[in-house]
Design a protein around this ligand. Structure first.
Ligand code: 5GP
Length: 218
């Protein structure tokens, strides 16, 4: 019964809450990264944690090992897959990307809200194993604007940009599987909306069973 479950969750040495798991997806160039950067700048005291992924893609100019990604060879990546080191992984435009499993589990059990910035295939895999993960999709104001942003970023060749735009159109088809939408036409508004989502997810009953038990003396 529900009461038995509540009693089971009573151990006193556990942290008071479980962290929420948020997945943020959206086409390349849509500004997910900028929204995340600004969110963490504004709300660094919020007890949330951005998972750092592993990838076989080469570092872009200015990117740092352990900050943007952990950069690996295909062999190293395949070793991680084989040894159950990843919570999910996917192939995206010719490279592997994956989420290291242990840090995510550790952060959530320490009561931190964990944010994964990952593409749609990976997001669907995470949703299967973490049913209460909240999925957020970030859209650009238009596809013309998306192309303009990708060109202006000067990080990809025209061929790669074309592939990423094609991919973006496929990704949008999966939007029905998501819970929330952010349209990134105004950075400030998008960051504030994102913060509301994180806060709401963290207030869910299922994340606060220990606090509830304490308050109610169960
Ligand atoms: P980029 O090469 O632009 O950094 O990333 C390409 C795409 O891969 C983006 O949509 C990004 O969100 C996604 N991505 C980054 N890390 C991961 C990951 O660990 N797993 C999955 N499935 N996708 C990721």
């Amino acid at each position: 019964s529900a009461r038995t479950t509540i009693t089971f969750w009573r151990p006193m040495n556990l942290k008071n809450r479980k962290g929420a798991l948020l997945i943020v997806s959206g086409p390349s160039g849509t500004g997910k990264g900028t929204i995340m950067d600004e969110y963490f700048k504004r709300y660094s005291g919020d007890n949330s944690f951005l998972s750092v992924s592993v990838t076989t893609r080469a570092p872009r100019c200015g990117e740092k090992e352990g900050v943007n990604y952990y950069y690996k060879t295909r062999e190293e990546f395949e070793y991680l897959i084989a040894n159950d080191g990843l919570a999910e992984w996917a192939e995206f435009c010719g490279n592997y990307y994956g989420t290291p499993k242990q840090p995510v589990m550790d952060m959530m059990s320490a009561g931190k809200d964990v944010i994964l910035e990952i593409e749609v295939q990976g997001a669907m895999k995470v949703k299967k194993s973490f049913k209460d993960a909240a999925c957020v999709f970030v859209l650009p104001p238009s596809f013309e604007e998306l192309r303009r942003r990708l060109i202006e970023r000067h990080t990809e060749s025209t061929e790669v940009i074309d592939r990423r735009i094609e991919r973006a159109k496929q990704e949008v088809l999966l939007i029905d599987n998501y819970d929330y939408i952010l349209i990134n036409d105004n950075l400030d508004a998008a960051v504030e909306a994102f913060r509301c989502i994180v806060k709401a997810e963290g207030q869910k009953v299922g994340k606060n069973i220990n606090i509830i038990n304490e308050v109610c003396g169960l």
